[in-house]
Design a protein around this ligand. Structure first.
Ligand code: KIV
Ligand code: NA
Length: 269
């Protein structure tokens, strides 16, 4: 039995070896990610990646729990963090605790993540005091798409820095064990990383962050359009397409299944 990384283990990585984090929503991709990652995020990006939704707003707690459970079954070593979806934690700290407790009890995950900085600080403190490790998420917060209007990088003008820095400091003081910085100007990502005592996990932030995260399907080259901050470490789309085209051709030509893929009768004594 391999011991899993805990939220305090990740918290202790501040300023040390970079934290490697990827999203995963399934047992089979979690098994692979588990070999290379310290943290696996069951992100609410699953709404877009798995379900073809336009935004993460419609994602439900049940969707997160189903996939969170799959990722826990597929992994042994990484800390599994499950995203709290829109509408399941913002109304009150009590609502947040009830939702987070359900996620932890039903998936066995080691932490949850929620979007929001200063406005979520009181909730973060309430959860942490009651046994729920919280990863915060500031900068671009995609669940707020309907109030912000578009997915744009934040803090590209120095006059916009103060509220984002205050968000990162507020979640740190509230007891978050780490914070995701999404789509912010590079110098701001660097500055926040130096200013806060907890590890920062960048996605479109800065190489100076204490760790990095990407959506797995984006970095594998499986999603058709990706933001500027995604590096495609793979190009799996064409490979999958070729396999499917070959399969279709062989079925139509009756060359698949071949004898080695079929069951002969038992040999009679
Ligand atoms: O939902 C998600 O995948 C995320 C990461 C992009 C940080 O929140
Ligand atoms: Na998310």
């Amino acid at each position: 039995q391999i011991k899993r990384f805990t939220a305090p283990d990740i918290r202790a990585r501040k300023g040390g070896e970079p934290i490697v984090m990827l999203t995963s929503y399934h047992a089979h991709t979690a098994r692979l990610a588990d070999k290379y990652c310290d943290v696996i995020l069951v992100g609410d990006s699953l709404g877009m990646v798995m379900h073809g939704l336009e935004t993460t707003v419609p994602v439900t707690l049940d969707m997160m729990i189903l996939q969170g459970h799959a990722v826990m079954r597929g992994s042994q070593r990484a800390l599994v963090v499950v995203d709290m979806p829109f509408g399941t934690y913002e109304a009150s700290k009590e609502q947040a605790f009830m939702s987070a407790a359900r996620v932890m009890k039903e998936t066995g995950c080691g932490a949850i993540k929620m979007e929001g900085g200063a406005r979520m600080a009181e909730t973060i403190r309430f959860l942490v005091e009651r046994g729920v490790p919280v990863m915060a998420h500031v900068g671009l917060t995609p669940q707020s798409i309907n109030t912000i209007g578009s997915f744009r990088a934040q803090g590209r003008d120095e006059t916009d820095w103060a509220p984002i820095e205050q968000d990162a400091l507020a979640v740190t003081q509230a007891g978050a064990f780490s914070v995701v910085l999404e789509a912010i100007a590079e110098p701001l990502g660097r500055k926040i990383t130096e200013a806060v005592a907890i590890p920062t996990i960048g996605i479109g932030a800065s190489v100076a962050c204490d760790g990095q995260v990407l959506v797995m399907e984006d970095m594998l080259g499986l999603t058709p359009r990706v933001p500027k901050f995604v590096k495609r470490f793979g190009d799996l789309g064409p490979g999958i397409e070729k396999a499917m085209a070959d399969y279709a051709a062989e079925v139509r030509a009756r060359t698949f299944p071949a004898p080695e893929h079929t069951y002969p009768m038992k040999k009679k004594g």
